[in-house]
Design a protein around this ligand. Sequence first.
Ligand SMILES: C[S@@+](CC[C@H](N)C(=O)[O-])C[C@H]1O[C@@H](n2cnc3c(N)ncnc32)[C@H](O)[C@@H]1O
Length: 290
Amino acid sequence: MASPGRSMSIGQYFWEAVEAAKAVNLCSARLATRKPALLRSYVSFCLQRYDQLMGNGLQAKSPIPALTPSDLDTLTVPLRFQSGGGTDPRELLNLAAVTRLLYPKRVFEIGTYNGGTTAVFILNSSPDCEVFTLDLPPDPGGLPDYLPTDIGLVQDRSPEGFLKRAGLAGRYRQIYCDSMIFDPEPFRNTIDLGFIDGAHTETFVRNDTMKMAIMLSPRGYVFWHDYGGRGSFRPLSKYLETLPVRIYRVPATTLAWTTAGEIKKIDRRMKPRLRPIVNGMGKGNERRSA
Ligand SMILES: C[S@@+](CC[C@H](N)C(=O)[O-])C[C@H]1O[C@@H](n2cnc3c(N)ncnc32)[C@H](O)[C@@H]1O
């Protein structure tokens, strides 16, 4: 294979493409016969990487340089990286870096699961930062409009266990409420860092995005997890790609992000559509201190 950076003829490109296709197909075929349960995540990983290399979808751009990191900045992440919530080490490090550099006064996360990302927000912000994390009530009842993978996460979650064991109980506020009926108004314009990682259908992601747009402070940043997926996650990606605001993907991750200045544009444009969701349901936020 030609090494990257060396100029290649069209013939070489062609044969490299054929070799790559053979390798992917061969690996897929092997996985399909030996470990079929892993095939989906392998193909999805390859396709996401392909999109990133081809420059498909959202433009790749890291938010970190604009937050002016110094050589001496350090990050803190839990040793048990894999919380099972799907946020990988590179994504956790990006979220940790943004938290460290942004000095948020308030962080709001939609989708606690086992508290892995919540811990990253707590550990990289100052002690006076308020961290809020929202998840469904312990017994959410039927989940008719959910993707099967999301139902699995709802059933497996243990929102407060890890955070208590890690000694972080006093550092955050757990909110138990369905994001569809959650009232963002008490948080209007106060959230410096928002993270959207709840249910993954377009309906939920749209709802969570609109509410985050209301809550973000003027200097705020919002991140979405699971951008770039195919199959059942494709509508999520398409929704972000078609929003009439500038959104970027964090290079080599499934994180997408934008600033309050951008996302507030949809708050202003979509207000008439949002009102019926918010009105009348705002009083139901169940809040509980950890
Ligand atoms: C992918 S997990 C979050 C993973 C977590 N951010 C991490 O990386 O450690 C999604 C979580 O969203 C929660 N969730 C699903 N639907 C929700 C809804 N409508 N409102 C609030 N939380 C929801 C699930 O219970 C689950 O715990």
